[in-house]
Design a protein around this ligand. Structure first.
Ligand code: NAD
Ligand code: UD1
Length: 340
């Protein structure tokens, strides 16, 4: 299939492009580089040994998207493009709603105009909120809004795609709810390159390992969990990428309609367990301090992944140790990420 990958220069996008190219798909990346660098696209070409079309365009720009669809005639779209920083979304809600909702509305409108009926969308476990206890299943009741505007954009986009699918029987939309992506391609050539001080646990730990940060701040050790720190379902980014390739296979059969799948491992690890795993992989102690709780954090979140296994034939294969080893290889080979 020929697949337009919006946000394809980003962390999950680059890893997914590699898997799609390995499986014989053609990939067209559309990214405005607001949170990524052109060298990431070069590395995708280098690792895959394939030609990859790249358009530095904003998905909110309807005319630019029409031009791309006219030229490329894609069969499907994977929509990664979006802003994703939780704290920033609290400070700049309009920018998050404009970019995340605007890009999706434009994209679906252009898909309709060009008769493209297949989309995979990057949703998040954040849509579950705190309504139900883990393991979280796709049929869980969802809250009206998430803990932050970023999360609420995911809830709203899911609803837009659900409503659109009701109105268009031949529209196929696969909503993938990611748990906590960690790790990097095993070549060490691509990985996560957060701008500024990382918000997420694994990038913060990695930067502490290479000496860019003094110590990890553990946000709370008084949660009702065995060691008092929060539990999350960390998934290797390459497993996540393979989940997208499995979703795309649904489009090769007759219409799949609207589908929703969790992509996680089904197993939760605490902050202290993740820190220990990174210490072992790094072969060094990683300094840390216990701080207060972070607003909006839930004690425990992990997926029930049985639906993706049954319907997509997909399971996450890589261990927490693989995530740590691969992340550290990327971080050590590229201490400044993709550079300036
Ligand atoms: P990322 O920031 O590395 O990649 C997103 C890419 O989209 C970036 O390259 C950015 O430049 C691009 N982009 C943003 N807005 C755009 C626009 N209007 N037009 C064109 N390009 C645009 O993030 P990621 O971690 O790879 O995440 C990919 C998707 O997965 C996002 O939608 C994110 O919300 C979702 N997600 C990520 C996580 C995570 O922990 N990384 C968890 C759940 C869901
Ligand atoms: C966070 C976001 C979620 C988003 C996801 C991916 C919040 C409340 N949730 O998920 O919406 O989809 O990132 O971008 O921000 N931790 C520390 N020290 C740190 C960083 C994190 O102790 O420096 C702890 C956190 O308290 C949490 C765990 O590590 O318990 C994982 O944190 P993080 O990587 O930010 O992921 P989530 O909070 O699960």
């Amino acid at each position: 299939m020929k697949i337009v990958v919006t946000g394809g220069a980003g962390y999950i996008g680059t890893h997914t492009c590699i898997v799609l190219l390995e499986q014989g798909h053609e990939v067209v990346i559309v990214d405005n580089l607001c949170n990524s660098k052109p060298v990431a696209v070069e590395r995708v070409r280098e690792l895959s040994g394939k030609d990859v079309a790249f358009y530095e365009k904003d998905v909110c720009d309807g005319e630019a998207m029409r031009e791309i669809f006219r030229k490329e005639k894609p069969d499907a779209v994977i929509h990664f493009a979006g802003l994703k920083a939780v704290g920033e979304s609290v400070e700049q809600p309009l920018r998050y709603y404009e970019n995340n909702l605007g890009s999706t509305l434009t994209l679906v409108r252009v898909m309709e105009e060009f008769g493209v009926k297949n989309i995979v969308f990057s949703s998040s476990a954040t849509v579950y909120g705190d309504v139900e206890n883990p393991p979280l299943r796709e049929d869980a009741a969802l809250p009206n809004h998430a803990a932050c505007p970023y999360g609420t954009t995911k809830l709203m986009i899911e609803q837009i795609l659900k409503d659109y699918a009701v109105a268009h029987e031949d529209f196929n939309a696969v909503l993938l709810r990611y748990f906590n992506p960690v790790g990097a391609h095993e070549s060490g050539r691509i990985g996560e390159d957060p701008a500024g001080i990382p918000n997420n646990l694994a990038p913060y730990i990695m930067q502490t390992v290479v000496g860019k940060r003094d110590k990890l701040h553990v946000f709370g050790n008084d949660y009702p969990t065995p060691d008092g720190t929060c539990i999350r379902d960390y998934i290797h980014v390459v497993d996540l990428a393979e989940g997208h390739a499995a979703a795309v296979k649904l489009f090769e059969k007759d219409g799949c309609g609207l589908r929703i799948y969790n992509l996680g491992t089904g197993k939760g690890y605490s902050v202290m367990e993740v820190l220990k795993a990174f210490s072992e992989a790094a072969g060094q102690e990683i300094p840390y301090v216990i701080d207060g709780r972070r607003d909006g954090d839930l004690p425990e979140s992990y997926a029930d992944c049985s639906k993706a296994k049954e319907e997509l034939g997909w399971v996450a294969k890589k261990s927490l140790q693989d995530m740590c080893v691969d992340s550290l290889r990327w971080q050590r080979q590229n201490p400044d990420g993709f550079g300036e």
